[in-house]
Design a protein. Structure first.
Length: 716
């Protein structure tokens, strides 16, 4: 038998297989692939692995129970993520960003769940502005386990329940035979869906009883499952963690600049347990010298190691009101790498010089060892610097003069940042306060003051300095980018302002400085709320990208994330780039395509974390208001839509809906261009930013909904 000529045999890889698919005018069978590549037994396995991977990536789809494969791009089909809104309709968000979202009606959902990666066939004559599709295949499940609210006992081992996902309108027949006990009504059970019995009805096996639905801790568990928030670390990671030292070695310390005699401090919230940034400020004859020391996580986390792979997969830590799911195990995040007081820690330092006016003159970067002289809280800093409390100043001892330098420099940097046009929206974040039983006691705006701003200004300065340095030296960098605002939404805002006394204040340009000037112009006016909210809605999402596109919101030409490697994987990438350039380490840099793909993945994970954190706040807010039906509140209209308007409450950080169906004095109509709702007969108007008195009429945890009715309009 003649030997195969290697020169005549095509190379077996994904690129060559896709090339073959594109040449064919029909789906390709496995037999045809084998004929084209003439593989041996091992190569047949390679081909099958490549086909599996291409199917997972949504580039091909198996047809006829895997007997053939079709190329998605030739099949008038779109792969992407299914997003479902509370009304039950969905959209497939295509992986190919050039394609438009595909509308999916409930009857065309098949057995897909929200968040699933799906393949959708485009329906005929729907390729215009809003193409419509039908889901033909679930490529990858987003949820293997679903938290289900138990509603009724059917027989000894079978219970009827509902999904706790507000957009997953699915009922379950739950087999509880393997549970440790019988669940109670309104308890939440984690189930594994088994089979689709009918539209909207699945059979499922009970896996674990999570607890009563009105327990705040159970709500955190629900959200973690719904958003696939990672929990316990796999064994390979815990084994790798156990091999780490408990303290930096003398050898590692001796290889670095020794800054243990510099009075570095950390400033964080009282609840914080991982400290990845320390600061120290000197006043010099030519201005100020700022040292920002960041935990040197990459010294212990090597590329490709189990710790690194798990951190990349998680991409960030997840923060909940009563718990944290960290990116790294606590032995590293809270101990070995955390800048705990009075303990030597390995760091990367950004040392920056500033003029007396706050202009950055130069910077340098190096590895060092520091010892935090104090674990300070924002409240301490406020009492000492802002309130000028003599007792707190005495408590700080010899750290107080350094903090005064930090305060003075931060004020200069803040003024410089505002001068260049960094956008500053007045949007307080809600904070949930718990009683000793772990129940929600109150929801108030999170207190912010210039003590927080000190750290924020120094972290921004360090992030900009590192990004600029890497860019100037042509080193790969994972930039933090923030595109320009949506121009159509910006035009809508300006159209609203044209009909007000601020028409002459509409800027000619839409650069950050012009928009920040507009915010200053409306400050303390009746339009302050409206302009802040509408301008915020014009903003695009920030993301990670190896191509520097600037950061619009900060009015920064070059920006990256360097200052939080304990909780963000993007910072790990930046640290490695910086250390490579400085010759501290030598690792293979990620290629451009890998950087691009990693940036997209980290951005997606970040958005998932933000969505999870928003949802738990909403759920706990509903629980808090559950026993307050009939209570009156003051508020302000924060959004208007065609069937009502949202009111942001003043006394508690929550917002609810006033439905037009509850207004009995007139028929009302939305004027979206003017952001107002007007009565057809009376001309009574409800407009964004208007103050109102409302009454709480209902809350629904299942729909995460707060219903309000109007009382009389609040006096100005």
């Amino acid at each position: 038998m003649a030997k195969k000529n290697k020169k005549d045999t095509p190379q077996i890889n994904a690129k060559e297989i896709l090339k073959l698919f594109r040449k064919k005018s029909k789906p390709v069978s496995a037999k045809e692939l084998y004929q084209a590549f003439n593989p041996d037994k091992a190569q047949k396995d390679t081909i099958q692995n490549i086909l599996n991977r291409l199917e997972e990536e949504g580039k091909i789809i198996s047809i006829g129970q895997g007997r053939a494969y079709g190329l998605i791009e030739k099949m008038d089909m779109v792969t992407g993520t299914l997003e479902v809104v509370s009304s039950g309709i969905g959209f497939v968000l295509p992986e190919d960003k050039r394609r438009k979202d595909v509308f999916i009606s409930p009857v065309n959902m098949s057995d897909a769940f929200p968040g699933d990666k799906v393949a959708a066939a485009l329906l005929p004559n729907t390729k215009g502005k809003n193409p419509e599709g039908r889901i033909v295949r679930v490529v990858e499940r987003s949820l293997n386990y679903v938290p289900v609210r138990i509603m009724k006992k059917m027989d000894s081992t079978l219970f009827w329940g509902q999904s706790t996902h507000k957009s997953m309108q699915i009922n379950y027949m739950v087999d509880v035979e393997d549970l440790s006990r019988e669940p109670r009504i309104e308890e939440v059970v984690l189930v594994k869906p088994r089979e689709n019995m009918d539209r909207g009805l699945w059979a499922a096996d009970g896996i674990e009883i999570l607890g009563m639905e009105d327990d705040a801790r159970v709500q955190e568990k629900i959200v973690k499952f719904l958003y696939n928030v990672p929990g316990e670390f796999p064994e390979i990671v815990t084994n790798a963690t156990s091999k780490l030292p408990s303290e930096p070695s003398e050898h590692d310390i001796n290889q670095r600049w020794d800054l243990r005699d510099h009075p570095f401090v950390t400033i964080d919230s009282a609840q914080a347990k991982d400290f990845d940034d320390g600061i120290y400020v000197q006043e010099t004859t030519s201005g100020y010298k700022l040292f920002v020391a960041i935990a040197d996580v990459t010294h212990y986390v090597k590329p490709g190691s189990p710790l690194d792979e798990e951190a990349r997969k998680r991409s960030n830590s997840y923060y909940f009101p009563q718990s944290v799911e960290p990116m790294f195990p606590v032995e590293l995040s809270n101990q070995l790498c955390s800048l705990n007081p009075d303990t030597p820690r390995l760091v990367m330092v950004a040392e920056m010089d500033f003029s007396p006016a706050g202009e950055q003159k130069n910077s340098r970067f190096y590895s060092a060892v520091i010892k935090s002289w104090g674990r300070l809280t924002y409240s301490q800093v406020k009492r000492a610097l802002l309130d000028e409390d003599p007792g707190e100043q005495d408590n700080l001892g010899n750290l107080y003069p350094m903090l005064q330098n930090a305060y003075d420099l931060a004020k200069l940097l803040y003024a410089k940042k505002r001068e260049r046009g960094s956008l500053d929206f007045d949007l307080p974040e809600p904070e949930i306060l718990f009683n000793i039983q772990g129940e929600t006691a109150d929801i108030k705006p999170r207190v912010r003051h210039f003590g927080h701003q000190i750290i924020e200004e120094f972290m921004i300065a360090a992030n900009e300095a590192v990004a600029s340095y890497l860019e100037q030296n042509n080193e790969p960098c994972m930039f933090r980018i923030h595109p320009k605002p949506d121009q159509d939404k910006l035009a809508s805002l300006f159209n609203v302002l044209k009909k007000t006394n601020f028409a002459s204040k509409i800027p000619d340009n839409s650069d950050a400085k012009s928009l920040q000037t507009l915010l200053w112009e409306v400050e303390d006016s009746d339009l302050e709320f409206l302009v802040n909210r509408l301008l915020l809605r014009t903003m695009m999402q920030a993301s990670y990208n190896p191509d520097n596109q600037g950061h619009f919101g900060l009015a920064s030409q070059s920006y990256c994330h360097f200052t939080s490697p304990i909780r963000r994987y993007a910072d790990i990438i930046v640290h490695r780039s910086l250390k490579n350039h400085l010759g501290i380490i030598s690792t293979t840099q990620l290629g451009y395509k890998k950087m691009l793909k990693t940036g997209d993945y980290m951005s997606k994970q970040e958005r998932n974390a933000m969505s999870a954190e928003r949802e738990i706040m909403k759920r706990l807010t509903v629980l808090f208001l559950k026993d307050k039906i009939g209570t009156s509140y003051s508020g302000v209209i924060s959004s208007v839509i065609d069937f009502g308007f949202w009111v942001e409450l003043t006394e508690v950080s929550a917002d609810g809906m006033v439905r037009l169906s509850s207004l009995t004095d007139d028929y009302y109509e939305l004027y979206s261009g003017d952001q107002k709702i007007v009565g057809q007969r009376t001309g009574k108007t409800y407009i964004l930013g208007q103050k109102l008195n409302v009454r709480l009429t209902n809350v629904s945890l299942a729909r995460q909904q707060i219903d309000l009715e109007l009382e009389e309009t609040a006096s100005d």
